[in-house]
Design a protein around this ligand. Structure first.
Ligand SMILES: *Cc1c(COP(=O)(O)O)cnc(C)c1O
Length: 461
């Protein structure tokens, strides 16, 4: 038995080792992320301006850049027990197939019915809405992962859940829709005739198949015009990164238990929530000067916010109704070509990660779709888990780093986030298996066009 074999294939924490607090990385950042700004006044959004849209306690979490730890309420811990702790997997079989001296670990978040890490924040958001005595929440969903996670959490905490699902996904992904309805959510194809904005868009663009930006506008309209409802969002926001820190805290506890120290930490980045959560405690050590880690964000070449975007204030939605966030962005008018990783098609990036990237605490790479599916195929065949296309971006980069170690002979430790499973993405696998998958990369001209249209507001920084 070699030394490394002492590390089990899957590391599960014991119940008493599971984190009971979330970690707020903003507390350790010298340069704090920029605040959300009201596009009308150019001033930071206040608690009073945010609470008609979001739950009170979530707004408090959103605005708090100082408190390092938040206790996870017992009710949420109890629900977490149905799907957490998640395993830290040592990808022995993948290492062997690659012939690399590197040690590869992944934190697997796909072991729940919604199939992704999104349930970590959905449970928190549903809990606080219930605690505030609200009747329900509204949201949008594109590919459907977030809507599924939210309907599960709302069923558990006893809340009404209204999901606006982009019409094209509603029609093409009937299975996700039925999972949501099974958990009691109402699922409306967007644009709908139920909202003012939906009726307007349907009149202007008859037969439109919708967009995420439009679904956000509908969900926000329903939340603010119905007493007892609030809007919830599955990524990008500071509060979502806070809830997702449970991923990193568990991963760190498992690493510490076995004396594992990652050299490189890799995660896919759409709006930044899984990566922000995975790296949180490691980044905290880095910010406090206690340890060093190489941290790599992986994004699709078709939607390269970090690697080709600009750091500027922008809207979070295409409909331009949300507050402005300072983030790496391609411009809210940027529509990525229809790639197969729906969760990575957001034009912007979490303000927390944007600031950390801007300050040089992390790197970013972009990868092309076909190479991502090659990595997914190898991972599925060696480790058995069918990965989500989003997660496979991180697999691609983890493999690339492991192959570099093979050349140099370095025995580095690589940790990556395996955010979910790909059972609802078999259309994408079909395109790959049929050899019909293409790599769409926006031209500089296309990007310049959407970046030139960034909002021009006088912001009091
Ligand atoms: C939504 C999603 C992502 C991307 O979202 P982030 O907020 O960037 O984490 C990644 N993987 C899966 C499986 C998802 O569902």
């Amino acid at each position: 038995m070699t030394e490394s074999r002492k590390i089990p294939y899957k590391i599960y924490l014991e119940e008493q080792e599971v984190p009971t607090r979330w970690y707020n990385v903003r507390a350790d950042m010298k340069n704090k992320p920029f605040p959300l700004v009201n596009p009308g006044t150019g001033k930071p959004m206040t608690f009073e301006e945010l609470t008609p849209v979001f739950c009170d306690e979530l707004v408090e979490q959103e605005l708090d850049n100082e408190t390092p730890y938040f206790s996870i309420p017992q009710e949420i811990q109890d629900y977490y027990k149905t799907f957490r702790p998640s395993p830290l997997i040592r990808a022995y079989n993948l290492e062997k197939a690659l012939g690399t001296p590197a040690h590869i670990y992944c934190k697997f978040e796909g072991n729940n019915t919604s199939g992704s890490h999104k349930l970590n924040s959905a449970s928190a958001q549903a809990y606080y809405a219930k605690k505030q005595g609200l009747k329900g929440v509204t949201t949008e969903t594109g590919a459907g992962q977030w809507g599924t996670a939210l309907s599960m959490a709302c069923a558990y905490f006893g809340l009404d859940c209204k999901v606006f699902m982009v019409k094209v996904s509603y029609e093409q992904k009937p299975f996700r829709r039925e999972v949501m309805r099974t958990y009691g959510a109402s699922v409306t194809p967007s644009p709908s005739m139920e909202t003012e904005i939906g009726r307007k868009i349907n009149a202007e663009y008859p037969g439109t198949t919708g967009s995420l930006g439009c679904a956000i506008s509908e969900a926000v309209e329903v939340a603010v015009s119905n007493p007892g409802y609030r809007y919830v969002l599955g990524s990008v926001l500071n509060q979502v990164l806070l809830h997702q820190s449970v991923i990193g805290l568990e991963a760190k506890a498992a690493c510490d238990k076995y004396g594992i120290k990652p050299d490189i930490i890799v995660g896919c980045a759409g709006g930044g929530s899984n990566l922000g959560g995975l790296i949180a405690p490691f980044m905290g050590e880095k910010l406090r000067g206690e340890q060093d880690y190489r941290i790599i964000a992986v994004e699709p070449a078709s939607c390269p916010s970090f690697t080709r975007g600009v750091y500027a204030y922008d809207f979070c939605d295409t409909g331009m109704i949300t507050p402005l966030a300072k983030m790496y962005t391609l411009g809210s008018g940027f529509i990525p070509s229809p790639n197969h990783a729906g969760g990575l098609r957001f034009h912007g990036m979490s303000p927390v990660l944007s600031q950390l990237y801007h300050d040089g605490y992390m790197e970013a790479v972009s990868v092309e779709q076909t190479s991502v599916f090659e990595a997914a195929e190898l991972f599925a065949r060696t480790e058995g888990i069918l990965p989500a296309p989003e997660s496979s971006h991180a697999i691609r980069t983890a493999i690339d780093e492991a192959l570099k170690c093979k050349e140099t002979g370095e025995e580095k430790t690589i940790l990556f986030g395996l955010t979910g499973t790909g059972y609802f993405d078999l259309k994408a696998y079909e395109a790959y298996n049929d050899g019909r998958m293409t790599d769409e990369i926006p031209t500089d001209e296309e990007l310049q066009k959407s970046i030139a249209a960034l909002p021009k507001v006088n912001i009091e920084e």
